[in-house]
Design a protein around this ligand. Sequence first.
Ligand code: SF4
Length: 328
Amino acid sequence: MGCAAALDDGSIAALPSVHAVVANAEPAEVLRAAGVEVRALHAAPRPAGTKSRALLKIQDGCDEHCTFCATTLARGANRSRPVDDLIEEARALAEHHAEIVLTGVHIGTYGREARTPSLGELLESLIAAVPSVRFRLSSVEATEVDDTLAGLLIEAPRHLAAHLHAPLQSGSNRVLKRMGRHWYTAESYQARIEWLAERLPILGLGADVIAGFPGETDEDHSASIALLRALPFTYLHVFPFSVRPDAAAARLPGQLPPVVIRDRARELRELGQAKAAEYRAHRRGQTADGVVSGRQQGRLEVMTEDYLSVYLDTDQWDGRPRFEVTVN
Ligand code: SF4
């Protein structure tokens, strides 16, 4: 399943050990392919445990054509799920989960294809219908955080986690253009993030960044470093550029030597680690809204609203899925 399956021309399906190829990750389709009878999947009882976070897929596909991405080919155009279906599924998930993460391929475009409610309006409906859980956005473009969404982030911290993962990819407008990222510039990204950060004293802020995109010069890389330094990121996801045969960037001139890509990625990662350590030190000793997210090496892992993991001894836990925690 996943993008490779969606792009399969029959060669994966023809492999002797392959039972079925599922073009996306819909749980019901995966179960059907495995021969499992599927009834009301989202209402299925969930065994007790320490995972209190659930995923709610609100849309699939993307209408953009970033030159490094094969998703549009694999997943097709933007398709948003109806609000009523999502409310019903969120209600069922809330019976067993304290946090619901809204996921999709390009969630900032939710509703755009059908002129139905926007992502912010969807969240207003979800919060009104399921006020007991904390919602979280998986990844959303900075310039697609509209005023409704911003208002919820600022005014409803119990209902919408103060966390944005806003893909940047590059801090150079020249590179953004080559990437096909036409809907923002380094300046518009910076302006939106600064506006939000000024109003959100606690904010988990992450970004995806690509190191060594074809044609990226030393100046372009320096522009990325400067922008990343200037904004209050609390972590970074750094991707050294690698060729995907189905993506247009594979055919762009100016492919960089692997050593340059590796060195730039290392510099970006070091910056991300320094920023994460700085934010953690700032938060240490402060209280946070924690939701149990699992176990790590015998300890309880708790996720804060601003996307920090806090680890507790299990004997410190009274069994509640959501509670106030001190960042350690
Ligand atoms: S990177 Fe994101 S916005 Fe760009 S085409 Fe892929 S899914 Fe769409």
